[in-house]
Write a protein that binds this ligand. Structure first.
Ligand code: B12
Ligand code: SF4
Ligand code: SF4
Length: 273
């Protein structure tokens, strides 16, 4: 089967599955990062984290993303966002697995990756890395650029999208790199972080203080209302703001219609400690 028609079939499956965004990156992009990438990194990802080090047969990394619905995220920390997070995580794992099986049935050895890849937040407090980074995969598949919050911002959903990847031996036409730096450096993410984990100075994208963020996550987890998610809630980037009529950012500064705050407070009062 030709690379173009295989790509078409995969994208059709993604559409059936309700995938928000999908992108294709040749595995070589990890070894030779394309020159048109919008950021310069002082350190690139160590080689043992590259797709070929994990699955030597891989030719293409397919990245899929499911969006986080903004009005639900606005209630965070809450049971509502906690449940949405679980739903999106299950969908990512399930659909990535199904896509890998679809490719296997077509004769292309392929494997899926879990959307996260850690057992508990306590593990992250010791070692805040997974064996493969979906942020870098999404970046190299042209889905977006890094933001001040060290997350991938997309045109469609800003940082409000979660990713996972599929490693396939099929060579598929790559997607172009997102060459624009989508972060407008408003620093809302850094100012809103309750533990000050996001840096405002130095290199870009700045490494966040993973320990501070993971400790907050562990605290919220013990109350059944993790993850935190504030730095993705307040980011002004993303077309989803238009859909949900959330262009006016002052609603997060305690201004604007009271009805939003009332709704968030109501949700937060139930279902958790
Ligand atoms: C560990 C982890 C965390 C930890 C640590 C945070 C962090 N920034 O790494 C904690 C619990 C704190 C966390 C919090 C959050 N996370 Co998180 N997290 C992950 C996870 C599981 C692994 C990240 C990782 O290991 N990256 C690997 C390395 C390569 O990336 P890096 O640290 O940026 O490395 C760079 C440099 O440090 C340098 N480097 C220098 N020395 C070294 C040494 C080593 C050993 C390595 C590996 C690299 C390295 O190399 C890289 C060059 O850029 C991923 C899922 C996944 N498997 O990808 C989700 C993920 C990154 N998280 C995500 C999200 C959304 C969040 C939260 C918003 C929580 C939430 N869900 O609401 C917050 C946001 C925090 C923030 N602003 O970054 C999403 C991001 C989606 C997006 N749009 O970008 C991901 C991809 C999950 C998913 N499946 O979608 N997370
Ligand atoms: S998830 Fe919360 S604690 Fe972590 S960096 Fe974002 S705002 Fe800060
Ligand atoms: S909130 Fe502002 S500074 Fe932070 S990632 Fe979004 S655009 Fe960039």
């Amino acid at each position: 089967m030709g690379s173009r028609s295989l790509k078409r079939d995969i994208l059709k499956k993604c559409e059936e599955f309700g995938v928000g965004l999908a992108g294709f990156a040749p595995a070589e992009r990890w070894n030779n990062p394309p020159r048109e990438l919008p950021h310069k990194f002082s350190k690139w990802i160590p080689e043992e984290f590259h797709p070929k080090s994990i699955y030597p047969e891989v030719a293409t990394v397919i990245v899929i993303g499911f969006p986080i619905q903004l009005p639900i995220l606005e209630t965070a920390p809450s049971i509502y966002y906690h449940e949405l997070y679980k739903t999106v995580n299950s969908l990512l794992d399930l659909r990535a697995y199904e896509l890998s099986i679809f490719l296997n049935e077509k004769g292309y050895p392929s494997i899926y990756l879990p959307r996260d890849g850690y057992a508990t937040v306590e593990v992250l407090l010791e070692k805040p890395f997974a064996f493969f980074s979906h942020k870098h995969a999404a970046y190299l598949a042209g889905l977006g650029s890094f933001g001040q919050n060290n997350l991938i911002l997309t045109r469609e959903y800003g940082p409000r999208i979660r990713f996972t990847s599929i490693f396939t031996s099929a060579s598929i036409k790559p997607d172009p790199i997102e060459v624009e730096d989508l972060c407008i450096r408003c620093l809302r993410c850094a100012r809103s972080c309750p533990v000050g984990a996001i840096k405002t100075k130095g290199e870009f994208p700045p490494p966040i203080d993973k320990k501070l963020c993971a400790m907050r996550s562990a605290d919220l987890w013990s109350k059944h209302k993790s993850p935190c998610g504030i730095c993705i809630k307040v980011c002004p980037v993303g077309e989803d703001r238009r859909l949900f009529n959330r262009i006016d950012m002052s609603i997060y500064d305690g201004e604007g219609p009271l009805e939003y705050k009332r709704a968030w407070d109501h949700v937060r009062r139930y279902g958790t400690f």
